[in-house]
Design a protein around this ligand. Sequence first.
Ligand code: GLY
Length: 599
Amino acid sequence: MVAFASLRRLSLPVVAILAISACRTPPPATTPVPAAPPAVVPAVSVREDSVRRPAVVFADGWRFAKNEPATFAEHGMVSSNAPLASSAGADIMKMGGNAVDAAVATGFALAVVWPEAGNIGGGGYMVIQMADGRREVVDYREVAPLAGSRDMYLKPDGTTDGSIIGWRSSGVPGAVAGLVAAQAKYGKLTRAQVMAPAIRMARDGFLVDSGLFTSVTRSRALIARFAGKEVFLPRDSVLAIGSTFRQPALARTLDAIARDGADVYYRGWIADSIAAEEKRGGGIITKADLAKYTARWREPLVWTYRDYTLVGMPPSSSGGVTMAETMNILEHEAHMPSFGSVAYLHLLGSAYQRAFIDRNSKLADPDFYPVPTAQLASKTYARGLFNAIDRTHATPTPAVTQQMVEGLHTTHYSVVDGDGSAVATTTTLNNSWGSGVYLASVGFMMNDQMDDFAVQPGKPNMFGLVQGEANKIEPGKRMLSAMSPTVVLDAQGRVQMVAGAAGGPRIISATSQVILNVIEFGMPLADAMRAPRMHNQALPDELRLETNGYPATTIDSLRAMGHSVAFLGGIANVNAIRRVPGGWHGVSEPRAFGAAIGY
Ligand code: GLY
């Protein structure tokens, strides 16, 4: 059954459609909370002073109510942006798969049912924390093609072109290499078993829901520019809600990967097809690029926050380092101001500002640039930054600070299994529907991840932001990311939370705020996800608050302290899981589509 909380966001016909689809495939046993107390109640860590705090109150007029239900499941849980993908992952665990099997099943399923961001033409990161203590991350970020160069998008008039839309905007995809490698190393089932739900949904079709309908509608103009028009806009109309959507070309591709592994994608007939289409369309990705691609196994970035250990993504993502630096700064505050207060927003915003200043100038692909990860993630370094925060005035971001920006769309999924292993995965085509390019012969969208490089070092990009030389384009280099898949462990080393987000630089702030809301303010996960969010990426030098999330008096006080305050309709798209007595709570992003499904 689809999470109750998610159903509330869908239109009635869609609820009916999902119910029909649930009848066609036996649903995973998932129960909306509150759950009956289990016989054995394991201790769940909550900071003591968070329990003593006054209950968090959301501002009048805020779009979300408190005390909404989460999805409860006793054994395993998947929280993603597509109910059918979460269901695929939960089904795999019911068959005996572990969290990695389920994550890989969810990842391939998202490529079928959530093609705006789920993908096999993009890249991402997977953080794996096994219950037996093994932990590792797979970096399957795209790389710049061999023909890429620092100024490849620069035009004679000094502007740039081609890094966001169209054939030349794609990096060499890493998703297939990463998912296949993770499953081979940590999974319990066969690759064919975990890919079966995705292949079935691509081949036999699935019912279009309001999430996919809305996504295609929003990006209609981009999709219509390339071959995806025939697939996602049949007879010039957006795929209708409730219609059965089949993707035979994608089914053939997925089937080949299930049978022959990543090799067929990077060296076999799929590579031939990608390279041929790239050549015809004017792209620069060749067979040599594909053959050279490798996913990288890395040590996770591990840091602590009070009694908790966080396991996150090291460079080539900036996510872990920036979260660690922010949380290390905050940790020096012995008595955290209450949630939503002027003092908290000032402190949190000042911490993000300092962490983003470092992120923007010092982080890049560590294979190409000496990244000072240990220093930036150290407690001592954070103490200096904490001490320098003026408690009564905003500190202006130096105008010379270099700045980067990532695309706004991505997707994150969180998974836990019955043994207590956890997987946090974030994957992306960069912007929604990536470059817009659809490879018809193999049935998938290509990314526009090249725009995550500094396409014009030292000059403002299309968002008015200045990007750094460390992240300049070089052949074979991974572009810097903000993706922040994170697993939180308690003092006993047990998984307490799994979280991550979509939303460019706001991934970092939203992911860390959901975690802080739980472990610092004692919020139930559903409230932690619904609480208003804020963001500060140093440049533009402003606190960005969710509209109606904070009272006018709070905003006036922040302005009086010298903050420039701006408003956003929504900040990021998080999918998270939390341990609770007797099982897990899962919550998919209330600001978007999706579902947490468990068993
Ligand atoms: N393209 C978004 C990110 O990697 O952060």
